[in-house]
Design a protein around this ligand. Sequence first.
Ligand SMILES: NC(=O)c1ccc[n+]([C@@H]2O[C@H](COP(=O)([O-])OP(=O)(O)OC[C@H]3O[C@@H](n4cnc5c(N)ncnc54)[C@H](OP(=O)(O)O)[C@@H]3O)[C@@H](O)[C@H]2O)c1
Length: 258
Amino acid sequence: MTRTLVTGATGTLGTALRPRLIAAGHTVRAASRSPPEETEEDLEWVALDLIEGTGIEPSLENIDVIIHAATAPQGDTAAVDVQGTKRLLEAAEAAGVENFLYPSIVGIDDIPFSYYEHKVAAETSIEDSDIPATIVRATQFHSFVAEMLGYVAKLPVWPLPTKIQLQPVDVGEVADGVVDHATLTPSGRTDPVGGPKIHSVGELAQTYRDARGSQRPIIRFPIPGKTVAGFRAGHATCPDYMVGTVTWKEWLAEQYAN
Ligand SMILES: NC(=O)c1ccc[n+]([C@@H]2O[C@H](COP(=O)([O-])OP(=O)(O)OC[C@H]3O[C@@H](n4cnc5c(N)ncnc54)[C@H](OP(=O)(O)O)[C@@H]3O)[C@@H](O)[C@H]2O)c1
């Protein structure tokens, strides 16, 4: 049985990974800064904080594979994603981990955005280390896109950078791809996991509005700068890897049924 540590196990991807890893026969150790008392799965929870540096060594005892899904997109990404990843790598090297698997994001090297720059730095640390590694990039999860649109949903008019291109993907399908690579044989950089279709934010917002039964007007709100230009140019998409099958419309129908 492969013994697998999942950091960020309470997150969107981590939550999708836990049952899938167990179903695939892994012995799972799930890490969080505040582990829940119990969950529905048969696994061990441990406390780990990548900023404080607490719990790292114990969490790695008798572990073959790490899936490092901890991240802080709305927090201190330098501390968690860059320094925290380095801390985890050092401990993983000492523990003799066989595969350090890092979920990452499509287009991070082509879009100047501090979170993405920190993800690139984390990928670089992983590839520069002596630990055998796997990096699986994915496009934006459906839930993330819905969360972003949720910020404007309460406004009477929805001002949005409608020309941005995204390729949302089902997190379960990303988790399936990650689990396939969570083996004792690292894969290096894998093919990315992208959703079934590329959409403009304008299209995504219209479908979201319909699913929520809203009729609020969507207006184009162009945002200047290189970050949004990178998204507009489609750098966050991977047209050659439309491997996901769950469409944005299907995902919304499931979320907003009734
Ligand atoms: N979201 C997307 O659309 C998307 C798309 C492609 C790739 N990805 C990548 O997939 C991975 C997972 O993303 P996600 O969206 O699932 O993230 P998420 O939902 O924001 O979850 C982040 C996780 O990180 C943990 N965490 C935060 N700060 C921590 C710290 N100081 N020490 C230890 N753990 C900490 C949190 O756990 P606690 O709060 O319980 O400690 C949480 O479980 C990331 O590498 C992300 O870049 C995400």
